[in-house]
Design a protein around this ligand. Structure first.
Ligand code: FAD
Length: 493
């Protein structure tokens, strides 16, 4: 059988494209290399508990908000979403001082103004810019408006510059950027990434009870219900070019899957490696893509707890540093100075947390020496390295969560090497290709490639995270269906 569209990768981006295209009557086959779907949304189960890997919370999911519109279309809104505390969905702990992020743009400004009274007008200006980006998110679907849209300061300025210009108190600048472990802070981070992500969470913040895997599984069910195919354990090992375009994918080294169009949800470097022989993909293009830097990876300690640590319906971002913009240059092997603590919603209504995740940035060079080894067989020195890093994280966070060290029952860990092996992300990068405001058109990729029937999707193109990947999936599908159709599907006109 020849499909209309074959999709390489069953991460969020691949599955969302699969659903949209199936919904429009195209025959679709999603090919996922792993045992489970979801890529970064995967969960793993140990001793009856589900642990998340690359999903902790989403923003803008209240009725009418941006992610709600997209998830309503994908039929994901009846999953067990769990709203985080509106009077403090995130807490930034900076050198021991605590600051709360509250839901609602006005409320956010009011609350932080209590701790920074002299900065109220600056906070208002800050929020105006974030709101403008958040409110106009769908304008990027409109080619006519997009011309003006991309000339806004959000696309021509760095988040770092914007904060310096808008907020005169350096401590407040650190606090405002303090929830940014969900992106990589660097001085050339484009303002639109910072603004879009932060604004979406300020609108409303949500966990999912039972883990992020449910999003992937539900999308796959919805694709199958529309007649599409979704396969796991189906690694695309080659994309074969004939007469200037792709003719078929080779799966697991043997099976041939033919399609008119191919969409790759894999990292662009991994995608190009699959096209082993090509007249169309020039060396200069391959070099350009492989030369793009990637964001840092993450070390995660998934911790099962003994009863006694209260469940917090908020995240905690903890730092011990005077300049959080500098954490990309931290010695992540020997020190832990920045962590995100996320609590999993207890399924038994208990007031106590059953498990928490501690995440901290980790550079590829910290694990590079084990590259090429196989999962579970990387050797004692790797296990010892992970054990020490987990202890470092627990000790660091234990200063702020009373009794944590005594309540640790079991620890499971993952490193950038885990991500590289499970999702084929380049150098275990957590958020994919690093965007740079001064080279925006160079670091932001479009879905098109020089091969006319190979499109890209996923976090590497435009914006990472659940909202970013979902938006990008529509840009990819628009290459096939046209943007007017997308706007009709999302009821945007
Ligand atoms: C530690 C961590 C925490 C995060 N927390 C959050 C959060 O709380 N909220 C949020 O919004 N975002 C979060 N993110 C980001 C978010 O998870 C990602 O941006 C998003 O899930 C990426 O989706 P994707 O489809 O682009 O890529 P991926 O999830 O990487 O999917 C790519 C898929 O392609 C498959 N693949 C690759 N090569 C092949 C091949 N040759 N053949 C077949 N299949 C192949 C992979 O196995 C994978 O399943 C987090 C990320 C990380 C790493």
């Amino acid at each position: 059988m020849k499909y209309d569209v074959a999709i390489i990768g069953g991460g969020l981006g691949g599955l969302e494209c699969g659903y949209t295209l199936s919904k429009c009557g195209l025959s679709v086959c999603v090919l996922e290399q792993g045992n489970a779907l979801g890529g970064c949304l995967q969960t793993f189960r140990r001793r009856g508990t589900e642990y998340d890997t690359g999903f902790h919370y989403v923003g803008a999911l209240d009725e009418g908000q941006s992610l709600w519109r997209l998830f309503d279309f994908f039929r994901l809104m009846d999953l067990p979403w769990h709203r985080l505390d509106q009077d403090g969905f995130d807490e930034v702990i900076l050198n021991g001082e605590r600051f709360e992020f509250v839901s609602g743009r006005k409320e956010f400004v009011e609350k932080l103004s209590e701790q920074f009274p002299g900065q109220k007008d600056n906070l208002k200006k800050y929020m105006e810019v974030l709101s403008d980006v958040g409110d106009n998110i769908f304008k990027s679907f409109d080619t006519a408006d997009a011309v003006d849209f991309y000339q806004k300061p959000a696309f021509t300025q760095s988040a770092h510059e914007f904060l310096k210009e808008t907020i005169s108190d350096p401590k407040l600048r650190n606090v405002l950027a303090g929830t940014s472990l969900k992106m990589e802070l660097h001085t050339n981070l484009p303002l639109y990434i910072y603004a879009q992500i932060n604004d979406s969470f300020i609108q409303s913040a949500w966990r999912i009870e039972g883990g992020g895997q449910q999003i992937a599984n539900r999308l796959a069910d919805n694709i199958r219900a529309l007649g599409g195919e979704v396969r796991t354990k189906s690694e695309v090992t080659e994309l074969v070019e004939k007469e200037g375009k792709l003719s078929h994918a080779i799966v697991n080294g043997e099976e041939h899957i033919e399609a008119d169009i191919f969409i790759s949800n894999a990292h662009p470097v991994a995608t190009l490696d699959l096209v082993k022989e090509s007249q169309v993909l020039k060396k200069v293009y391959r070099r350009r893509i492989s030369g793009l830097p990637n964001t840092f990876g993450m070390f995660t300690a998934n911790i099962q707890l003994k009863e006694g640590i209260p469940y917090l319906n908020r995240n905690q971002f903890i730092y011990e540093t005077n300049d959080i913009w500098d954490y990309a240059s931290f010695d992540t092997r020997n020190r832990t100075d920045a962590t995100l603590v996320s609590y999993q919603v207890p399924t038994n209504q208990s007031p106590y947390a059953t498990n928490i995740d501690i995440l901290t940035p980790m550079n590829w060079r910290d694990v590079e020496q084990w590259d090429g080894t196989k999962v579970m067989r990387r050797g004692d020195d790797y296990e010892e390295f992970k054990r020490r890093k987990a202890q470092q994280c627990i000790k660091f966070v234990g200063k702020y969560i009373q009794g944590l060290e005594e309540h640790v029952e079991k620890v499971y860990t993952s490193t950038p090497l885990s991500y590289k092996d499970y999702t084929s992300t380049h150098e275990g990068s957590a958020y994919g290709i690093k965007k740079d405001f001064s080279k925006l058109m160079f670091t932001m990729l479009t879905p098109r490639t020089p091969l006319p029937n190979l499109l890209l999707t996923g976090q590497n193109l435009n914006l990472h995270g659940v909202l970013g990947v979902s938006m990008t999936s529509f840009f990819t599908c628009a290459e096939i269906l046209g943007m007017d159709k997308i706007k009709d599907l999302l009821k945007l006109r």
